[in-house]
Design a binder for this molecule. Structure first.
Ligand SMILES: *[C@@H]1O[C@H](CO)[C@@H](O)[C@H](O)[C@H]1NC(C)=O
Length: 380
């Protein structure tokens, strides 16, 4: 067996102590730790149908853009770093799994992924202040490139637009139409913030998710936010979501958040985001309770055949006296995956006495209560 080590030793990102959040009321001139002037980040996704790109049950990555706090933006900020060898750079830094993910999910509609990646990097990536060479200690030329693409992909994995729409009963169709408000409500229910939707010839083809960043893009924290200064090109009614060629026809049942039969995706590390047919939001936290105003717990899903067991930082997760519970001494229950939505005893529907608000955390039951809720997995 031959061990192949990454060929390049990279420097490290500058350490940021108590970094400020971009576009905040307090600014900093240390643009290695404070993203400026591009401080409002957009993680943009495509739904290409003509021609179709990527998997028929997934959106694809467009890019990660450092817009100004008012929605205007700079572009092509450093021609010297407009690299034309993104694939080679990622390989040189040992980023083979990132590259293979990009080959599936970061697609160019003309078939030239490398040139699309060069375009996104050169136009937008070179404008990110915290990824400039001066922001690295012991900078190795091009090392900011893997940082850019890795961050964009990591964010993309937390925004499963396809599943969010399906869970709200919005399905790809050549005939059905939706209102802008329906689509936006579905995305807000899944991710807790407003997104910007874009249409072309009356069909939904892009979604933009906004973030502020505390600290640097490479090592800081992305904070989802309501977009400022960006606008939608979709009409308010009559919007189509066209199938990609070869799309399976998803089925939904009566607007309930029951997902379709497809390939499961619950594995590894992820969040369990609450999906309800009403004002659902939030996620499960480490004890297994439902919470809408805090940080989601990262669950670990171990998959064996079609059986899934879950753990959080509190311990193993199981159904204890009809309540979803994670803790030390909890006996593992077997869950299953229905298209990325958690199921117990074959059902993706769980219950709570209400949709939690403010600092309230509520238990999640398997037996019927006032509110039905499902939990959609997003890998983190
Ligand atoms: C990529 O291109 C840059 C600039 O042209 C060059 O400095 C670098 O060595 C190249 N990297 C690889 C891995 O080929």
């Amino acid at each position: 067996m031959i061990l192949v080590l990454p060929g390049v030793f990279a420097g490290t990102s500058k350490v940021c102590t108590n970094p400020l959040t971009s576009c905040g009321s307090t600014t900093s001139s240390d643009t290695c730790c404070y993203n400026s002037p591009g401080g409002q980040f957009a993680l943009t996704q495509f739904w290409d149908t003509n021609p179709s790109t990527g998997p028929s049950d997934s959106w694809t990555v467009h890019g990660l853009w450092p817009d100004h706090c008012d929605g205007t933006y700079d572009q092509n900020c450093d021609s010297k770093r407009a690299y034309t060898n993104i694939t080679q750079i990622l390989k040189a830094f040992g980023k083979t799994s990132l590259l293979s993910y990009m080959n599936t999910y970061w697609k160019d509609y003309t078939g030239n992924d490398e040139s699309f990646w060069e375009h996104e990097w050169g136009k937008h990536g070179t404008c990110i202040s915290t990824l400039k060479p001066a922001c690295y200690t012991g900078y190795t030329p091009t090392q900011e490139v893997p940082d850019y693409f890795q961050k964009a992909v990591d964010l993309f994995k937390t925004r499963n637009t396809y599943q969010a729409l399906i869970n709200a009963g919005i399905t790809p169709s050549t005939t059905k139409t939706y209102t802008s408000a329906q689509i936006q409500a579905a995305l807000k229910a899944a991710f807790g913030v407003t997104a910007i939707i874009q249409c072309s010839s009356g069909a939904l083809d892009e979604v933009w998710y906004s973030y502020y960043v505390q600290g640097s893009v490479a090592t800081g924290t992305f904070i989802a936010t309501t977009p400022v200064g960006q606008s939608s090109s979709c009409a308010s009614t009559g919007i189509k979501w066209l199938p990609k060629s070869g799309s399976p026809a998803p089925t939904t049942t009566g607007g309930s958040p029951t997902p379709t039969g497809g390939s499961g995706t619950i594995s590894g590390s992820g969040y369990l985001n609450a999906v309800t047919s009403g004002s659902g939001k939030g996620c499960l936290i480490s004890a297994g309770t439902w919470y809408t105003t805090g940080t989601c717990a990262t669950f670990t899903a171990r998959v064996s055949g079609s059986s899934i067991t879950l753990t959080s930082s509190k311990g193993t997760c199981g159904i204890v006296s009809g309540v979803f519970t994670c803790g030390s001494g909890v006996a593992a229950s077997v869950f299953t995956d229905k298209s990325g939505t958690l199921a117990y005893s074959g059902s993706t529907t769980f219950y709570a006495t209400a949709v939690p608000g403010g600092s309230t955390q509520l238990p999640v039951y398997t037996a019927s209560k006032a509110v039905s809720v499902s939990f959609a997995w997003t890998n983190v």
